[in-house]
Design a protein around this ligand. Structure first.
Ligand SMILES: Cc1cc2nc3c(=O)[nH]c(=O)nc-3n(C[C@H](O)[C@H](O)[C@H](O)COP(=O)(O)O)c2cc1C
Length: 389
């Protein structure tokens, strides 16, 4: 089977000359995920609500990485959502728009979606993604045991579960193989000690070195090598910021990295400027752990919202989206409406907004373009460098 597909007829990274802005670094190897080849082995992590939509995904795809649209609650900032009962249908329409716009930005790049198992319209998001040309589905916040069945309309769509242990990876691979005669095209291991958003371990297990990628990635890589002839690449996520982090991850057996927080303070990120600026303004001690209504700990930036929450003050209690399958806000009238809090932040309302972040928040010091970040990480001139024109 010909598994290789070239990205575009644009100049490829390795053909480009070094400039004063790029450093001499070894070229990063391409990453094969199912049918698709990423010229640069970087997946941009899905960031809901609408922090990674078409703008960021298209820009990353144009750099040779995988641009990922987070599907959760996309409708909230769309023309399709007027009231709570519109929510599910509006999400489908908003997702179609986002995939189409990302594809317009990057006709030849790799565009995928992030679909969370814990979301009520998980299946709709997967089916819509596949039907509208997403080349890759990254799926976590639960075990995506039925994902191959939901994505069966296009066998070329790469299916990539997010896991937080070797046990979870083994379970998924075994189940998919037994039921669907299909294996995951890659696994993303998300390090709960460093990643942003919902974390895959209980609060009391956070910061246990046993869950750190330095411990788990070598085991996952060894398992893939031993049982699957290295054909399931392991991608690590959480705390990856610079080229030294990437080199370290590769030395431990990773074949790629998923990076999310790093892309927030970019011109192309789909969130409001206030959202991006709060990363640039953040100080040591500003990264906090919040108990999410999904029943998981989550990592966030300290804001007025988190201050009020920790004081036991009044935060948004009314469910506006019925987004989660199990929700303490909707079902027990406890905690807060996470869709609303994330949506407020994305819209720039820093008083009422919840901002997810990985542990690297304070490393943001200026706004950048996505192409600049890729130049820094690869040490090579970007095909989208403005002076190429
Ligand atoms: C603002 C934000 C929103 C996120 N939203 C999602 C999401 O909707 N679905 C998901 O699977 N992961 C989500 N994540 C996790 C990222 O995709 C990623 O795996 C993780 O943050 C990687 O760590 P890093 O931010 O240190 O690079 C989110 C992370 C951030 C920072």
């Amino acid at each position: 089977m010909d598994r290789l597909r070239t990205l575009s007829d644009k100049p490829q990274r390795n053909d480009l000359y070094m400039t004063e802005n790029t450093q001499e670094l070894q070229p990063l190897p391409p990453l094969q995920i199912g049918e698709w080849t990423l010229n640069v082995p970087i997946i941009q992590g899905g960031m809901g609500v609408r922090v990674s939509a078409h703008g960021l995904a298209g820009a990353v795809a144009n750099e040779g990485g995988a641009g990922i649209i987070a599907t959760v609650a996309l409708s909230l900032a769309s023309k399709y959502y007027k009231k709570a009962k519109d929510y599910y249908k509006a999400n489908i329409k908003a997702l179609i728009d986002e995939i189409e716009m990302a594809r317009e930005l990057s006709p030849n790049g790799i565009i995928g979606t992030n679909c969370m198992v814990a979301i009520r319209d998980f299946e709709d998001m997967v089916r819509t993604s596949v039907e509208h040309g997403a080349q890759m589905i990254i799926s976590g916040a639960g075990l995506p045991l039925r994902l191959p069945e939901m994505a069966s309309a296009n066998p070329k769509t790469a299916l990539v579960p997010i896991v937080s242990s070797v046990r979870a990876a083994k379970l998924i691979a075994k189940r998919w193989n037994n039921l669907y005669k299909r294996l995951p095209d890659a696994f993303v291991f998300e390090d709960p000690n460093k990643a942003g958003g919902h974390l895959g371990v209980k609060r009391e297990q956070l910061f246990d070195p046993q869950h750190a990628y330095e411990n788990v990635v070598p085991d996952l890589a060894e398992w893939s090598r031993k049982f699957y002839n290295d054909e399931i690449p392991i991608i690590t996520a959480g705390g990856i910021w610079d080229r030294a982090d990437i080199d370290k991850a590769f030395s431990l057996g990773a074949k790629g990295v998923q990076m999310a927080s790093r892309f927030i303070s970019t011109h192309e990120c789909d969130a409001h400027e206030h959202f991006k600026q709060s990363f640039i303004d953040s100080k040591p001690g500003d990264v906090v752990i919040v108990d999410s209504p999904a029943g998981l700990p989550s990592r966030a930036l300290k804001t007025n919202f988190t201050d009020t929450l920790f004081r036991g003050g009044d935060v948004a209690h009314k469910c506006i989206a019925t987004c989660l399958s199990h929700c303490r806000c909707r079902d027990d009238k406890e905690t807060f409406c996470i869709a609303e809090a994330l949506h407020h932040a994305q819209q720039g309302d820093m008083e009422r907004g919840l901002i997810f972040t990985g542990t690297n928040a304070t490393r943001h010091d200026r706004m950048m373009h996505v192409w600049e970040i890729f130049e820094e990480l690869t040490g090579q001139r970007s095909p989208n460098h403005p002076q190429n024109a």
